[in-house]
Ligand binder design. Structure first.
Ligand SMILES: [Zn+2]
Length: 475
């Protein structure tokens, strides 16, 4: 029997508001534990929450960007559960009347686009953070308690781990564009849970679903789903049944492991939050928020193709991050070849960002600096390969390219006399290659160019080197 997977994703994103959802405490990440707390977010008796208006505004912004219907009437509810990271023993969330619903994201699949439904987006407060370090039990940091979150729940429209990955990449990019969340997974401001079931192809009933947790990257989501789908199919093929439960992804072993049996909604005893008034979003306010939405990734991609003549692939890669797209546009509007800019962004820049795990706005290179570097290549001051060395130096030190070139003596050798002397030396030292070249082996010329480059530490002007080598060899 052939099986197919049914996948749904739940994404929690911390909102970039300055203060928490129900009090004035700061939401800044990385402060000393328990320094950003007050009686409200510590859940002390007698305190009352006041909803931060910015939270509603940001959630509506995200909802509009994700094509959702915005409820003009919604409310907050209490989700009751006991855990040391939750000081009130309930979380203020939204149950039956979420702020946003019925949206969608379009992802690219083989042969076109696929629409993945977004069932709902609701707002809620984050819990504190337990630290299980040391031997004297666990510690709790309440700085995160009350940080505003949106939870984005997809419809179970996702059929493969690859589609799940595409969905997450697109969702993150849209959230970054709207600037409602910084989406830093490493700081926990974006967290993903997924649930997956399998069923025989051709049937419509849903199988028993398994929730997966501890997914620290989009790649981990993809790998965990791949593993879990295989596992479930194997259980069914061996005549077993799937037990509804939550499983944890073990990255080191590459497997999922049982964590706990899954709670049902009734276990949480949801009821309306009596200390908060309902949330009313008027048409006027909604339209005001809509007007502040920036150009979204898909629209920007199309524009980059027509306005800058970028290939589809380049436009897609560059617009997947708003920061990258902004950087590109600042360069491209002041430089003659947008494609060269895009090559640098997707090549050296992306490689170094990847290696260092940094974001484009966390490195000291500005668009002006990159343009200056490109102009040094255009003016034959440095060669393309030396430019990569200079770029790396810029990346780590923030020094101006011109200064790096002077300091390190990287200026290209374009002096014909000097270069001819080196060319002659190389010819003298490589009689075998010279002979090969004269027998018609073009490859030998490449080797000799390489030797000149080696001799000059990459500083020889490539065109001139080629020209001089041919001249000298034909003598
Ligand atoms: Zn507080």
């Amino acid at each position: 029997m052939k099986y197919e997977a049914v996948i749904g994703l739940e994404v929690h994103a911390e909102l970039l508001t300055d203060s928490k959802i129900f009090c004035g405490c700061s939401t800044k990440f990385g402060s000393e534990p328990n320094t950003q707390v007050c009686p409200v977010c510590l859940g002390l008796p007698g305190t009352l929450p006041v909803l931060n208006k910015k939270v509603v505004e940001y959630a509506v912004r995200a909802g509009l960007a994700l094509n959702c219907t915005i409820a003009n009437f919604s409310k907050m509810d209490r989700k009751n559960y006991f855990y040391p990271d939750l000081p009130k023993a309930y979380q203020i969330s939204q149950y039956d009347l979420p702020l946003c619903s019925n949206g969608y994201i379009e992802i690219e699949v083989e042969g076109g686009t696929k629409r993945i439904g977004i069932k709902r987006i609701h707002i809620e407060e984050d819990a504190g953070k337990l630290l299980h370090e040391g031997t004297d039990g666990s510690l709790v940091d309440y700085n995160r308690a009350g940080v505003p979150l949106i939870e984005i729940v997809s419809e179970p429209d996702i059929s493969t781990p690859e589609e799940a990955y595409q969905y997450l990449v697109k969702l993150k990019s849209i959230l970054e564009y709207t600037e409602v969340s910084d989406c830093k997974m490493q700081e926990g401001s974006l967290r993903v849970d997924t649930n997956v079931s399998v069923r025989p192809v051709g049937t419509t009933d849903l199988g028993t679903k398994i929730e997966l947790k501890n997914l620290n990257s989009f790649k981990a989501v993809q790998k965990a789903l791949e593993y879990e789908i295989k596992r479930q199919i194997k259980v069914l093929e061996e005549g077993g049944t799937i037990v509804q439960e939550t499983r944890r992804w073990n990255e080191a072993k590459g497997i999922t492991e049982p964590m706990r049996t899954k709670e049902e909604a009734h276990d949480y005893r949801y009821f309306p939050e009596p200390d908060l008034v309902p949330i009313i979003v008027t048409e006027e306010w909604k339209e005001e928020i809509r007007k502040t939405l920036p150009e979204m990734p898909d629209a920007k991609r199309e524009r980059f193709i027509t306005q800058y003549g970028l290939p589809e692939y380049d436009a897609k890669v560059i617009t997947s991050s708003k920061k990258m797209a902004d950087f590109f546009e600042k360069c491209a509007s002041n430089y003659h070849s947008p494609k060269i800019v895009s090559n640098w962004l997707m090549g050296e820049f992306a490689r170094l960002l990847n290696d260092t795990g940094r974001e484009i706005d966390e490195v000291p290179i500005t668009p002006d600096m990159l343009i200056e570097l490109l102009k040094l290549v255009d003016d034959n001051v440095i060669s393309g390969s030396i430019a990569k060395t200079v770029f790396e130096e810029m990346f780590f030190t923030g020094k101006n390219p011109q200064i790096i070139v002077e300091e390190k003596g990287l200026r290209q050798i374009a002096d014909e006399g000097e270069l001819r002397r080196i060319v002659r030396k190389v010819i003298e030292e490589n009689p075998k290659s010279v002979e090969d070249y004269k027998k018609g082996k073009e490859k030998a010329l490449g080797f000799l160019v390489g030797q000149v480059m080696k001799e000059t530490k990459g500083k020889a002007n490539p065109q001139l080197t080629n020209q001089l080598l041919r001249e000298e060899l034909s003598k």
